[in-house]
Design a protein around this ligand. Structure first.
Ligand code: GDP
Length: 195
């Protein structure tokens, strides 16, 4: 469905750099280190396609990929760097705000949450921004292989509690492990179904 037919299109640093909004797109957001690059690589079957940009001072780009399903897959820069320069954070927030509010072809945002940690304050800020932008978002729990089965319910309950407060939240979560491949096919099917 996806593998071998995905390509990096471009990195975008300003609104006028966005490609024409002539096809449905989905975006991926998450705290740095949540496992976003690993997930995109697992989804697309291309190791090294999405690179972890773990340098807070670096230019933060919105990375566009084209999928065989004729969607754009949009990799948003990781957020929540502890000591990123203020100017970088502000520039990024402005771009993010404009992108979410102004992108007519954006069908869904996937908000990645580390299954070990649950929803953090910065994640809630993104969720609030998505509410305000009227962008439906769905939580993808990452690194499921690192959480013991007996601890699942506790984290799931915390996430559900948070989602109940967000009108733009899609109620169903997707449990994934890029390491084990869990949930990857489910996520592909969800994306393919978004027209
Ligand atoms: P990003 O900063 O959000 O792009 O995060 P990365 O994809 O670079 O992952 C951050 C760290 O988590 C890396 O050390 C990955 O190997 C690890 N990681 C990512 N996904 C998984 C997973 O599903 N299971 C496990 N055990 N580790 C993962």
């Amino acid at each position: 469905l996806f593998a071998g037919e995905v390509d990096f299109l471009k990195g975008v640093v300003a609104m006028d750099g966005l490609p024409p909004d002539d096809r449905a797109e989905v975006c991926f957001a998450g705290r740095s280190n949540v496992g976003k690059s690993s997930l995109i690589n697992a989804l697309t079957g291309r190791k090294g396609l999405a690179r972890a940009s773990n340098t807070p001072g670096r230019t933060q780009e919105i990375n566009y990929f084209t999928l065989a399903t004729d969607h754009y897959l949009v990799d948003l820069p990781g957020y929540g760097f502890a000591n990123a320069p203020v100017a970088v954070v502000e520039k990024w927030q402005r771009l993010l705000k404009n992108y979410l509010a102004g992108r007519a072809s954006l069908r869904r945002a996937f908000v990645l949450i580390d299954f070990r940690h649950g929803v953090k304050k910065v994640d809630e800020e993104i969720m609030t921004l998505l509410d305000r932008s009227a962008v439906t978002f769905q939580v993808v729990l990452t690194k499921a292989d690192k959480v013991k089965a007996k601890d699942h319910d506790k984290v799931l309950a915390q996430v559900r509690n948070v989602l109940a407060k967000h009108p733009a939240a899609y109620p169903e979560m997707v449990l994934t492990s890029s390491e084990k491949g869990e949930g990857i096919a489910t996520l592909r099917t969800i994306i393919a179904g978004l027209k």
